[in-house]
Design a protein around this ligand. Structure first.
Ligand SMILES: [Zn+2]
Length: 72
């Protein structure tokens, strides 16, 4: 019975250790997603978040005006 208790304690400790360890990379994995990918405008080279960039045929731009100027 004592062995079972020891096994239960070890299993609980391992579970706690694993869950504690797995939560650390999960937290650090959030940081790169918060730091957005920055891309340079194809015309003025201004860096804008990739999500806000305007996609053109020859590249990505900071705004539709620059896309039109670069790709008439
Ligand atoms: Zn631009």
């Amino acid at each position: 019975m004592k062995l079972l208790l020891v096994l239960a304690v070890v299993a609980a400790a391992l579970w706690l250790w694993r869950s504690g360890r797995s939560s650390v990379p999960a937290r650090s994995a959030v940081a790169p997603t918060q730091a957005q990918d920055m891309i340079a405008c194809g015309l003025c080279q201004v860096h804008v978040p990739a999500a806000e960039a305007i996609a053109g045929k020859r590249g990505r731009y900071c705004c539709t005006q620059h896309r039109q100027q670069a790709e008439p």
